[in-house]
Design a binder for this molecule. Structure first.
Ligand code: AMP
Length: 196
């Protein structure tokens, strides 16, 4: 199963991906996580991405496409994957199409988690509080200013992907404002996966 989860920051892509990972045993390829790891490790990609990410802007297509191209070569991605946070621009989607065609692979589904933007700021505030309660460091871009920039980036650069995949007859949309379990159930239904 090769799946893309679309939706603005705070829509629940990470939470739902974790459940799909658990149920289907396929890896979650989250470009945000990969980039944060590169920043933490101080690699050359990390150094290029660090400030851009802290501001809430998008890292260049070239960097991100390179990371994903390498990652889907790994053995664990052979039987499928969930892309979380990628693609985020039309050029990234086009690059992904080329990558998959080159490997004779196809996407099975693109699912958009539709959410009410006004609720997202509250969700992020909760994510920050939960993270602090676990004694873990808070993401640098989970502050109101960077979050607004991330939403603008989503609206301007990522939202056009809904049309991109709808035109190919691949887009499914679900209401991401419902309780987490209900969203998971809806996703499994769309993917024809029986809940455990
Ligand atoms: P995320 O964890 O998906 O919210 O991503 C955190 C940050 O990483 C984003 O705000 C961007 O700066 C960067 N990032 C993650 N994925 C991408 C992508 N596909 N294209 C460009 N930048 C990305």
């Amino acid at each position: 199963m090769r799946l893309i989860l679309l939706g603005p920051p705070g829509a629940g892509k990470g939470t739902q991906s974790a459940r799909i990972v658990e149920r289907l045993g396929i890896p979650q390829l989250a470009t945000g996580d990969m980039l944060r790891a590169a920043v933490a490790a101080g690699t050359s990609i990390g150094l290029k991405a660090k400030d851009v990410m802290a501001r809430g802007e998008l890292v260049s297509d070239e960097i991100v496409v390179g990371i994903v191209a390498d990652r889907i070569e790994e053995p664990d991605a052979r039987s499928g994957f969930i892309l979380d946070g990628f693609p985020r621009t039309v050029p990234q989607a086009e690059a992904l199409d080329l990558m998959l065609t080159g490997k004779a692979m196809e996407l099975d589904a693109v699912i958009e988690l539709k959410v009410d933007e006004t609720a997202l700021l509250e969700r992020i505030a909760k994510r920050v509080a939960d993270t602090l309660a676990r004694g873990e460091p808070v993401r640098k871009d989970d502050n109101p200013e960077a979050f607004k920039t991330r939403l603008v980036a989503y609206r301007q650069q990522t939202a056009p992907l809904s049309d991109y995949y709808a035109r190919r007859g691949m887009l499914k949309v679900t209401d991401g404002m419902r309780p987490i379990d209900e969203v998971t159930e809806a996703l499994f239904g769309m993917l024809a996966v029986q809940p455990a």
